[in-house]
Design a protein around this ligand. Structure first.
Ligand code: ZN
Length: 464
């Protein structure tokens, strides 16, 4: 090398331009490397998605404030970017690789999320409903309270009303996503309906779908349908069924004194008369209804009555005794309405308990086919609970409440021979059979209810 150089130096005129050229080339290369190619910049990303390359963080910040104003104008609400999600990685880059503003703007708009400055109804320390304004949230609470203001019917008085929202709540400024903001009407609906929550319930001794539906205030049919894998007749303790429960965001408790005037039915005295046929009735004394004023303290939660305490009753007018004369002479077509003791030839069971009735419903009693006009007898002693037309299909219906809490129903009668409140003995004639209501031929529909739930009369009769 030295030999070559010293050799070249001997020809100075050739060497100098070569040296100049050499330094020029090196100089340009160094200039390019240091000054042009290596510019500090930042690669910008959100959740590993590249948004572009910028010279400084403030480039992004300044674009964000422009975009923020655009969105605020568009949506007509104050927003705040979740810009903590933006990641800046320092890189060395070249001028031509910086992302153009339009592309950067578009990428930021597509990938950065923002929350809106709103007002929240905070229930049990949880932000539950969002509206644009504080006034809307205040009006929401107001409307929910108003919704449950009790209304007095004819002849009723409501006094000393107090109402309160049961959950602790506050109204606070908050940030929410745009699509979580509700209009006032939406917010009211949501707060009333709440969220549908599915809970598992372990069946307890003595439960059935009917009692469970009552206990949790849910629709019986929907409950059965939601638990199709269980046979309603064979539900047993420990079975895990699912309950779909509605949980309103806010619940309103209302307490008030309720005053109402009610009719007192006349007490009925029955005189037995062996001269009259068992189907015959005579009114000896017409009697008269009385009136009284009832004072009760009621507590409601939302629409549901929670507690009623009768405080006092003030008699206004005493009822007057009504006396009925009832025959005891047997007729040839008396029939005891209970499958087990049907006299031979006096009617046949034409349909059994549990027979399918379409739409997933089942027959709730037994049907005894018998010509119209047969005597329908009380199966056990009790008090007449209902005696009249039933629009749901029973036709002329008699319901007896028995002293042990069970209930019997006798349906489709042509004539009713008893009155509400009247005591009847076992075997008393309560009606004449017929073909009224939802019925395809003359028959007696006989039903036994235990705890409100229909049971198979034949099984029940055998075990009692
Ligand atoms: Zn029937």
């Amino acid at each position: 090398m030295i030999a070559i150089l010293s050799k070249l130096f001997k020809h100075k005129r050739v060497v100098l331009p070569i040296i100049y050229l050499f330094f020029l080339v090196v100089g340009i290369l160094v200039f390019n490397l240091v000054v042009v190619d290596y510019i500090d910049g930042f690669s910008v990303s959100i959740n590993s998605i590249d948004l572009g390359i910028v010279k400084s963080k403030s480039d992004v910040q300044s674009r964000l404030s422009v975009i923020e104003k655009q969105i605020e104008y568009e949506k007509n609400i104050d927003i705040e970017f979740e810009d903590h999600l933006i990641l800046y990685s320092p890189i060395e880059t070249t001028l031509d690789r910086f992302t153009v503003q339009q592309t950067l703007d578009q990428n930021l708009k597509n990938h950065i999320s923002y929350k809106c400055k709103v007002w929240a109804l905070v229930v049990n320390n949880k932000e539950s409903v969002f509206c644009r304004t504080k006034e809307e949230i205040e009006e929401l609470v107001n409307r929910i309270e108003k919704k449950f203001v009790p209304k007095a019917g004819r002849g009723e008085v409501i006094e000393n009303l107090t109402m309160r929202i049961m959950e602790p709540y506050t109204i606070e400024q908050a940030y929410s996503y745009y699509d979580a903001i509700k209009t006032l009407d939406e917010a009211v609906d949501y707060a009333l309906q709440g969220t549908q929550e599915i809970e598992t319930y372990a069946v307890q001794q003595g439960d059935n779908f009917f009692t469970i539906a009552k206990k949790f205030d849910i629709n019986f049919t929907q409950l059965v349908r939601a638990n199709e894998e269980f046979d309603p007749e064979k539900l047993k303790a420990g079975d895990k069924i699912s309950l779909s429960l509605k949980k309103p965001v806010l619940n309103v408790e209302s307490k008030y004194r309720f005053i109402k005037e009610v009719t007192i039915p006349p007490p009925v005295r029955v005189v037995l008369d062996s001269e009259l046929l068992r189907t015959e009735r005579k009114v000896d004394i017409q009697g008269e209804s009385g009136r009284k004023q009832i004072f009760a303290d009621k507590t409601y939660i939302n629409e549901k009555q929670f507690e009623v305490v009768i405080v006092k009753e003030i008699p206004i007018k005493a009822p007057k005794l009504r006396q009925l004369r009832i025959g005891t002479r047997r007729t040839p077509n008396d029939i005891l309405v209970s499958g087990a003791v049907l006299p031979p030839g006096m009617g046949v069971i034409s349909d059994y308990f549990g027979a399918p009735r379409g739409g997933g419903r089942r027959h709730l009693g037994i049907d005894i086919a018998i010509p119209t006009g047969a005597s329908v007898l009380a199966y056990r002693p009790g008090t007449i609970l209902r005696a009249g037309w039933d629009g749901t299909g029973y036709g002329n219906l008699v319901t007896i409440a028995h002293d042990d809490g069970t209930e019997t129903r006798y349906a489709h009668n042509s004539k009713i021979l008893v009155e509400v409140g009247q005591r009847v003995a076992k075997g008393d004639i309560i009606a004449l059979s017929g073909n009224t209501g939802k019925s395809t031929g003359p028959h007696i529909h006989f039903e036994i209810r235990v705890g409100g739930k229909p049971v198979d009369p034949l099984l029940y009769l055998r075990s009692h």
